[in-house]
Ligand binder design. Structure first.
Ligand SMILES: [Zn+2]
Length: 416
């Protein structure tokens, strides 16, 4: 309130200043000299601010529309449950979309935090500038009033000669122009400060909105994974389609095997050609594997023959399942070359690494893949993130080791 009143009086005083510039005498060196050092706000900087505000408003609106419609996704999936493979592929497609949205939102949050730091710095500088201008004008007004009521005509009439008269007239003109410009600059400064404040508030709102959206998207992701787990369990444990479920499961394991064998065959062929042209091929030096996960909560299914937990019959499990939170880093167990980094409806997002001498490791059900085919990786390098894609009922890593065309216990390589 106090500030407002003061500004009101100040505006009035400046208006008056316009009328009684007459009062200005010649001893006005100090404020005039200030003009050059006071950087001014240009119409461009105001336009820039207005554009930034529009941009933030647009971002806010876009954020409101960027939430995945989990209800619609579930409804659309409902009709696809009869065909399990189709259902999994469709659901995983949605997981990937939400996952990408989450990554996008996280990037927006980082960028917004930077924008806010810049906007805050700009506001601080603008406030400082406004304050300097105000101080300078107060000094100017004070001086004008202290000079009494001499009119500019008096100033001119005191001229000693015609030359002096012209000099003085020129000076008075300059002073009037200077005061006018000063006032315009001050008005621009004030407008700029208001715009800076508006932008900063808006950027903070966008940041809050982005943080809320990312949390909702995360929840949608978990919800969809949980739904998938429930649906798969329900399907497999339904007595009515038990026989069908077993058949499908075995067919999927078979398809998986064929996919992997085809990859191995292609690599063998490639290596034969390299050897034929006297090139060097990768060899395994027998070193110990690194645990392929940053951390895990439990081994949810070990390697070997066991009663399948849902199908309730003897099945061979060709890897070790490590239950681990979504997003946990998956490491390359050993140095090698990535031979596959892709999606299949059984393995989900998976990576297969060639370590030489017909030794391969396979990492399944990832939420994200960080490597591509032909990438060279070193032991312990992050290659993917834990997820629940493919035939999976919850977040876990299925880790398999293959040697000379057969599955081997990963423990033989992890514990030496
Ligand atoms: Zn498994």
């Amino acid at each position: 309130m106090k500030e407002q009143k003061r500004n009101h009086i100040f505006s009035w005083a400046l208006g008056l200043l316009g009328l009684c510039l007459c009062g200005v005498l010649l001893a006005t060196d100090a404020p005039v000299a200030d003009a050059a050092t006071m950087s001014s706000i240009t119409s461009d900087s105001i336009k820039d601010k207005q554009q930034q505000i529009q941009q933030a408003e647009k971002e806010k609106k876009e954020l409101q529309n960027s939430l995945s419609d989990i209800k619609a996704i579930k409804k659309s999936l409902e009709s696809k449950k009869k065909d399990l493979k189709n259902y999994i592929t469709e659901l995983d497609g949605n997981l990937a979309k939400i996952e990408a949205n989450v990554a996008d939102l996280r990037a927006q949050i980082t960028a917004k935090e930077d924008d806010i730091a810049v906007a805050q710095a700009e506001l601080d500088a603008a406030l400082q500038r406004e304050n300097n201008q105000k101080e300078s004008m107060y000094a100017r007004i004070k001086m004008v009033y202290e000079q009494g009521n001499a009119s500019w005509a008096d100033v001119l009439l005191t001229a000693q000669s015609f030359g002096d008269f012209l000099n003085k007239a020129d000076y008075v003109e300059k002073v009037i122009a200077y005061d006018h410009q000063m006032w315009e600059e001050y008005k621009d400064s004030r407008q700029y400060v208001e715009l800076c404040k508006e932008q900063l508030e808006l950027e903070k709102e966008v940041l809050d909105q982005a943080k809320a959206t990312v949390e909702q998207e995360q929840a949608a992701l978990e919800d969809l994974i949980a739904q998938k787990g429930k649906d798969l369990l329900a399907y497999e444990s339904d007595i009515n389609n038990q026989a069908q479920a077993i058949k499908e499961y075995e067919a999927e394991i078979q398809a998986q095997k064929e996919e992997i064998e085809a990859l191995e065959a292609a690599i063998n062929e490639e290596k034969k050609q390299i050897l034929a042209s006297n090139g060097i091929v990768l060899t395994y030096d027998g070193g110990q594997f690194k645990m392929p996960l940053a951390s895990y909560t439990r081994i949810s299914d070990d390697y070997g023959w066991r009663i399948h937990p849902i199908l309730k019959r003897q099945q061979f499990h060709n890897g070790v399942d490590f239950a681990s939170p979504k997003g946990t880093a998956i490491y390359a167990a050993y140095d090698g070359v990535v031979v596959a980094s892709t999606y299949s409806s059984t393995m989900g997002n998976y990576v297969m690494i060639d370590h030489g001498d017909n030794l391969y490791t396979i990492y399944m059900h990832a939420s994200k893949l960080y490597v591509s085919k032909d990438d060279i990786v070193v032991r312990g390098e992050t290659i993917a993130a834990v997820g629940s894609t493919g035939r999976s009922t919850g977040n876990h890593l299925h880790f398999s080791v293959r040697r000379n065309g057969n599955y081997e216990s990963p423990w033989d390589y992890l514990k030496k």
